[in-house]
Design a protein around this ligand. Sequence first.
Ligand code: NAD
Ligand code: IPM
Ligand code: MN
Length: 364
Amino acid sequence: MQYKITVLAGDGIGPEITKEARKVLRRVAEQEDFSLAFREEHFGGAAIDAVGEPLPEKTLEACKTGDAVLMGSIGGIVGVSPWYKLPVEKRPEAGLLRLRKELGLFCNLRPAKLYSELRAASPLKEEVLGEGFEIMMIRELTGGLYFGEKSLRMEKGEEVARDELIYRAHEIERIAEIAFSLAKEGRGELVSVDKANVLESSRLWRKIFTKYGEDEQDVKLEHVLVDSMAMQLVRNPGKFSVVATENMFGDILSDEMAEITGSLGMLPSASLGENAFGLYEPSGGSAPDIAGRNIANPIAAILSAAMLLRYSLKEKEAAKKIERAVEKVLAKGYRTKDIFPKRDAEGLKLLSCSEMGDAVCAEL
Ligand code: NAD
Ligand code: IPM
Ligand code: MN
């Protein structure tokens, strides 16, 4: 079997981390009974520099004709990089949002796991980490504030900016369906995060989740307000297993979730639609502060590649192999800079981005 993977390396650390993810994918494919054909295309700021737009038609076409997309990250320093002098719809982020929409990727899975070896890298206290945590966040990805109408205009002599927060029932229903089914596979607990005390869209969200909950007697559903969720995540992360929320809340909470595992560089993601096709990228960004120095953590990208194997190619054994290899590498004490603890670093070894990729390959 040969699969076609479109690679969008993007900006900042994107090319560095996708290179390692590709390395790992190539190695695992050699060992298993399938092969991978990679096709690289321009995307984000790099595409603006090369051809003048963040999502060229050729890139979109390549994504649509492949089996899955492996993405790095896009964007520069907002307000500093020349890309942000362009009109909003020509900027790197606009390319990413359009790509998600065009490919129908409405469901974003962001799994945050505390590896026992990384407890010292977490900013949380030992007593808060307790027995650890493994949270699957389901973030709605093609609705809400991100895709509502926007405008900036003058009114009575001052600028007025507007972002519409809109959800249609079917956009919530399809997330609820996935969320309940993941909860059933897990501990049978689902937390739905909203702001139903203030927002109409959240009241619709809660109504739909509640209705699904009535039909799914084997899942214990709890509603948590987003501000309280932000607090509870750092107070008692072990309480959560499957968490579902809308686009913007999911964006914010997933960075928080990543950080309490030790680093944003650890959190992979899968963006999925109606069929097996998907786009796989780290949850973090292009990290302009460390780009080009070969010090970024490639694990989020490598684990995203594992998700690609699991969800799009249905190569579950190969996916598990990569996840086990990551665990072994951490157990051996190998760390990139972001997960290297400031104290008690005895027995640990600091690796570069490419060395970490090599170390994972060696454990496969
Ligand atoms: P960021 O996620 O790029 O970086 C936040 C912090 O986390 C930085 O200190 C960075 O060094 C660190 N970090 C992130 N990934 C890391 C890794 N793999 N290894 C080690 N450290 C890592 O967020 P930002 O600085 O706010 O945004 C930078 C740019 O990235 C912006 O243009 C933003 O729009 C874009 N962005 C893109 C994506 C994406 O492509 N999906 C996601 C988030 C942000
Ligand atoms: C993410 C990013 C994107 C988002 C940006 C770059 C548009 O922060 O994937 O988390 O907000 O969805
Ligand atoms: Mn984000």
